[in-house]
Design a binder for this molecule. Structure first.
Ligand SMILES: C[S@@+](CC[C@H](N)C(=O)[O-])C[C@H]1O[C@@H](n2cnc3c(N)ncnc32)[C@H](O)[C@@H]1O
Length: 212
């Protein structure tokens, strides 16, 4: 969900950089052909991810939740020239589509796309990362957060998507599982002395966290 009006959202997008033809195609085809297209980061958040990645110039990026590959390709734009991006998704039905998108990109050689349960795969990784983007199963967010801290270099960053959960985190009448879990996690992170953090009200809420 967006916290600003559609007109302002349109203005913000219009005054941000445009995207590559490939990203525009992924956006269009995801909306036409894939279930739950709202999951795709989209133009504005994609440009934010790209800009943050350019600022950080990460050598290794871990993405949890590939979906159709849109955010992976945005993050890849800022990779160091010898950098790698590992992206994990449990949904094998999208595999062929996503592999074709990655192959058509400038980052094919830098992207490692793995199918499986991220919480199972991450503890087996040998690599350390400079940036981790968490955007998969909300019930696993606390696990992903701890796993991300484990595989992150000191000074590395975590980005967590959807932490405002359409604004329900501040509305006590919402006591469903996902809202309660995100409230607890946000509280935990806000009090966690292992990290510096700023919760950005971008799209559905993007927590930007730096491991000290
Ligand atoms: C919100 S979408 C990701 C959107 C994508 N990052 C983007 O911005 O374009 C969430 C994805 O997490 C994946 N997912 C759910 N549970 C998972 C798990 N246990 N391990 C890995 N991926 C999972 C889903 O299959 C889905 O594709």
């Amino acid at each position: 969900m967006d916290f600003i009006s559609p007109d302002l959202q349109h203005y913000v997008s219009q005054h941000s950089s445009s995207v590559s033809e490939l990203l525009a195609r992924i956006d269009r085809e995801t909306h036409l052909e894939v279930l739950q297209p709202r999951m795709l980061s989209g133009h504005f958040q994609g440009r934010v991810l790209s800009m943050l990645s350019h600022l950080l110039r990460p050598k290794n990026i871990l993405e949890i939740g590939t979906y159709t590959g849109y955010s992976a390709l945005c993050l890849a734009e800022g990779l160091a020239s010898d950098g790698k991006l590992l992206t994990i998704d449990v949904n094998e039905e999208l595999e062929n589509r996503v592999r074709a998108y990655f192959e058509a990109s400038d980052y094919a050689a830098q992207i490692d796309y793995q199918i499986g349960d991220a919480a199972q795969i991450i503890p087996t990784l040998q690599l350390k990362f400079d940036l981790v983007f968490i955007d998969a199963d909300k019930q696993q967010y606390p696990t992903y957060y701890e796993q991300a801290l484990e595989v992150l270099n000191p000074g590395g960053f975590i980005l967590i998507d959807n932490v405002l959960w359409s604004g329900t985190v501040v509305d006590e009448k919402h006591q469903d599982k996902d809202t309660s879990l995100l409230r607890e996690l946000n509280l935990k992170i806000s009090q966690d002395e292992r990290v510096e953090k700023v919760l950005l009200p971008i799209r559905d809420g993007l927590y930007l966290i730096r491991k000290i």
